[in-house]
Design a protein around this ligand. Structure first.
Ligand code: PLP
Length: 408
């Protein structure tokens, strides 16, 4: 088993390493700067000013104004806060529109509301096509006078597929419907400018962009009706009670500043590494296929299915080389069912079980990509040797890119 020094970390959609500059920015708030930002004295006041700076840094990354940012404990809390606030704004409306491929933070909340209210809250989950894309005509047809809120993710955590949320928000606004987007995977990876959009709520999670776990933010457009989820003190202008997680907020602010500065690298060098990795694997491994639209995707993510092998087995073998990847999202792995995203995309059963997500960051190198391209074909070949399904369906085709089913 590899130790941490030789880890090849390609699971950045699950979580990211805290950037050393982020950690350095946070440390004083655990020691000398421990004041309460709400205190009247100067000692606490200086912490309050640091929070204000962090709010500006977060707002700056997404083209928002700083008082449109509420700090939360995570992306999940931001999602719950937004959707429940929208429902409270329109108590007479009972309909939520979302997609079949949302993260459980949105999917399970909507399903819970549906059950909790004895199906009074009707939930429409929009389907996606084989590339993981939504049909906008279908979306428009799903909206009704009873729709209170639309919640559609900006980018999918498993495939990286990007949805046209700005266009969708415009359509929702023209119908008087509030629009939330779970942008947990998009923030820091692709440019976002909320100044000119009709998006009302947007969720951020720190640990996806090199800030710590357990810190998030919710953007609420100025003038959007809002009700807090966590009710208590006057923190966050009464929009989220509880003494602020100061050090993590400072870390999130710094991470947003760094992400802004690294946006070109993420969309240039990281994208090139991802493409090299993907092409290297697809060309060398027969019966492999990309899951998700080739272009309309985050620059760091590839999701590939290797037919007739189990994703879990692939992960265990990769782990022996210190390579960290994921099958399905971290939250759904552990179940033997293929992920709900693969099922919604109609990925064939033989491939849905063998899907692996490799998600890169600015810390990955070309040598790491070459290492994965070198090791993974052998792992798949070895697993297929043990697979009775592969043996019966692909006799004689092993070892080259010329698979008879032409699926790679
Ligand atoms: N939404 C998406 C798309 C995610 O990928 C995740 C985490 O994997 C979340 C929400 C939840 O974020 P957090 O872990 O900060 O609660």
């Amino acid at each position: 088993m590899a130790d941490n020094r030789s880890v090849v970390y390609m699971d950045n959609n699950a979580t990211t390493k805290v950037d050393p500059e982020v950690l350095a920015a946070m440390l004083p708030y655990f020691s000398e700067l421990y004041g309460n930002p709400s205190s009247m004295h100067h000692f606490g006041g200086q912490v309050g000013r640091s929070l204000a700076r962090a709010r500006e840094q977060v707002a700056g990354l997404i083209g928002a104004e700083s008082d449109e940012i509420i700090f939360t404990s995570c992306g999940t809390e931001s999602d719950s806060t937004a959707i429940l606030a929208a429902l409270q704004a329109f108590p007479e409306k009972r309909h939520i529109v979302t997609t079949r491929v949302e993260h459980p933070a949105v999917k399970n909340l909507c399903e819970h509301l549906d059950r909790l209210t004895g199906h009074k809250h009707r939930v429409t989950q929009l389907p996606v096509d084989r590339d993981g894309l939504l049909d906008l005509e279908h979306y428009e047809a799903a909206l009704s006078d009873d729709t209170a809120v639309v919640s559609v993710m900006w980018a999918n955590n498993e495939t990286g597929v990007i949805f046209p949320v700005e266009e969708m928000a415009g359509i929702a606004r023209s119908r008087g419907i509030l629009f939330h987007t779970d942008a947990v995977q998009a923030v820091g990876k692709i440019p976002i400018n909320l100044a000119d959009s009709a998006i009302d709520f947007l969720s951020v999670s720190g640990h996806k962009l090199h800030a710590p776990k357990g810190i998030g933010a919710l953007y609420v457009r100025k003038g959007t009706p809002f009700a807090p989820l966590v009710i208590g003190g006057h923190q966050e202008k009464g929009r989220r009670g509880g003494t602020e997680n100061v050090a993590s907020i400072i870390g999130l602010g710094k991470a947003c500043e760094l992400a802004q500065a690294r946006m070109a690298e993420e969309n240039g060098r990281v994208r090139q590494l991802r493409d090299k990795l993907e092409e290297g694997l697809l060309s060398q491994i027969p019966s492999s296929m990309r899951n998700g639209h080739k272009e309309q995707r985050l620059p760091n993510t590839t999701n590939i299915s290797f037919e007739f092998v189990e994703g879990e087995a692939i992960l265990l073998h990769l782990d022996q080389y210190g390579i960290c990847a994921s099958s399905g999202s971290a939250c759904t792995s552990g179940s033997l069912e293929p992920s709900h995203v693969m099922r919604a995309m109609g990925v064939p059963f033989t491939a849905a079980h063998g899907s692996v997500r490799l998600s890169l960051s600015v810390y990955n190198t070309e040598a790491e990509v070459d290492f994965v391209i070198e090791k993974l074909p052998g792992i798949i070949a070895k697993l297929r040797e043990m697979s009775p399904f592969w043996q019966t369906s692909h006799k004689g085709a092993v070892g080259g890119a010329s698979c008879p089913c032409e699926c790679s």
